[in-house]
Design a protein around this ligand. Sequence first.
Ligand code: ADP
Ligand code: MG
Length: 292
Amino acid sequence: ATPMSVTVGVGRAAEYGVLIRNAEAMQIAASIDTVVLDKTGTLTEGKPQVIDCRSYNNTTDNHLLTLSASLEQGSEHPLAKAIVNAAKTRELILSTQSEFKAMPGYGVTGTVDGHQLVLGNQKLMALGKIDIAQAESDAEAIASQGATPIYVAIDNQLAGILGISDPLRTDSVAAINRLKKMKLDIVMLTGDTETTAKAIARLAGIDTVIAGVLPDGKAAKIAELQQQGKRVAMVGDGINDAPALAQAEVGIAMGSGSDVAIESAQMTLIRHSLHGIADALQLSAATLKNMK
Ligand code: ADP
Ligand code: MG
């Protein structure tokens, strides 16, 4: 039977916007020493915007954006939505894409207006053997301000690069500070590139960054931390976070996140704020104390 104090604790948590699936989760949460956070949509707003567009080799910015957005109409990824929105803002007329292929953790490929497109991160360009040397300094400039560089190749030639920025949630810094005061280890876990991840981590006040992780690699990273003796709370919002949420001692989903993430987690933060993590852990500790 569930102790009375835990039932009360679950109710109190709900008042703080933390939905707890079962009483056991609250007891486990009291023993957490490490909080791992996904970047996009968790630490950040999850509403990325194109802030930079640079084209090379006789491609124009508008041509680059038109083809990119036409292709990304096939993707559900937040970065894809940013690219489509940027094209719409410029009132560009999009074409239909064909042979669309999403490669989670890499990007997308397909055909638009008879052109073969490859659009995504450095890893995808390496897979497609596309030379990106020309974009090196632009990519660095984009990433060092915490934006994500997205390369675009047209017919196997680098045609340009987009810079996509997703700002921190306004209260992420304060929420991370609270977790630090609770003597918890804080780790960022992301599929984004290291330079971008580190720039955002610095703004958020996070020292430990695990970047460039493929979608199916996040759970393995949690398991590694657990093998080091850590007791982990994982916080995420995406489909790609779901296995990691399940692997952690406690999975915490953002209420704005995908259904799969919410189903994989024991706790859901229905207020769009990371303060819910500290609230949940503190209420769990207080609840456990009441049981003793
Ligand atoms: P995160 O862990 O930050 O939520 P993902 O695993 O979803 O990131 O994506 C990792 C990286 O893969 C992105 O930063 C981007 O470089 C690339 N990527 C994935 N999907 C797309 C897409 N539809 N368009 C462009 N790039 C993409
Ligand atoms: Mg995410």
